[in-house]
Design a protein around this ligand. Structure first.
Ligand code: ADP
Ligand code: MG
Length: 297
């Protein structure tokens, strides 16, 4: 890498006047709590080597914001630790372009980061604010609650098939699926509407069953999902191999929709984009397979 500092100055300083000091200061609105989350995207683990850098930049921001959405938080700031094999302009140009597009779209500022040499790894941290005592958590689901999801399931898993040239559906759906993988929509507005309404929430990154299982475990209950009610996009509905679609929808990760539970009496307050897919019952969650695990047993 030719001159780490020159590179940081060229590619990152234009993002914000807050860059260039050892620390960046954050203002938290009165009556709010600071919440934070961090995630790494590793080449070959989270994205294929041929992934377009612009899409990676975009995705690093929106997947991080999705965690804030799941907490019901409003975004305050973003930081980025970037490890890359070389300081290649042909990569950094589009990557920072995608980063900027996503940050502008959701009105979030890049306030700091770190740049190092090594295997391509993108670590994104977000900071947000949520009214005191109101942060949505995985614990809190109660027996009798309904289970809802914010959008169709399985699109991101199907996108991996598109990338690998194994998509069995109509060609016209390919771009939709790739966009669902690279440009998921963080459900920030929905998350904030769920404050004081949802009893528990999570964003679905590892698969519907796996993440539902986490809510069940954290809450000491079981989440029973009715497969037939799980919403599917027109793209997935066009695939004739129903077992494949079922696997994508139940076990595929990376959809970044919200799953939440809500008391049946409050169901009429759930925003219209959501679909009820099941119910919370008494018992202990059986942790089912299917979700993505970095360290399988
Ligand atoms: P330090 O020596 O304190 O780690 P650096 O030289 O790494 O500082 O970074 C200088 C400034 O540039 C800091 O404000 C840091 O937050 C910022 N910075 C470095 N890399 C990135 C990056 N990938 N994204 C955003 N800001 C960055
Ligand atoms: Mg540094």
């Amino acid at each position: 890498m030719t001159g780490e500092f020159a590179l940081i100055q060229q590619y990152f300083y234009p993002f914000s006047e807050k860059l260039g000091d050892d620390c960046a200061a954050l203002e938290v609105p009165p009556g709010m709590r600071l919440v934070t989350s961090i995630d790494s995207l590793v080449e070959n683990t989270h994205f294929p080597p041929e992934a377009p850098p612009r899409e990676l930049g975009y995705r690093a921001v929106v997947t991080a914001l999705s965690d804030l959405a799941a907490a019901g938080a409003q975004p305050l700031a973003f930081t980025l630790a970037l490890t890359m094999p070389d300081g290649d302009a042909a990569w950094l140009e589009p990557f920072t372009g995608g980063l900027r597009e996503a940050l502008d779209t959701f009105n979030v500022e890049l306030i700091g980061g770190d740049t190092t040499q090594g295997p391509l790894t993108i670590t994104a941290a977000v900071f947000g604010a949520v009214p005191e005592q109101q942060m949505l958590q995985r614990r809190g689901a109660r027996v009798g609650d309904q289970i809802h999801v914010s959008g169709p399931m399985g699109d991101a898993a199907a996108a991996l098939c598109v990338m690998q040239g194994r998509w069995p559906g109509a060609r016209k759906h390919r771009q939709y699926l790739l966009d669902r993988f690279y440009r998921p929509t963080p459900r920030l507005e929905l998350g904030r509407k769920l404050l004081g309404l949802a009893s528990a929430a999570i964003d679905i990154s590892d698969g519907l069953l796996a993440d539902a299982g986490r809510v069940g475990q954290a809450s000491g209950v079981r989440l029973i999902i009715d497969e037939n009610r799980v919403p599917l996009s027109p793209a997935l509905r066009s695939v004739t191999d129903r077992d494949l679609v079922r696997t994508w929808a139940l076990s595929g990760g990376d959809d970044y929709e919200l799953l939440f539970t809500v008391a049946a009496a409050d169901a009429h307050r759930v925003p219209g984009q959501c679909t009820c897919i099941g119910e919370v019952v008494a018992g202990e969650e059986q942790v089912t397979g299917g979700g993505y695990s970095h360290f399988p047993p």
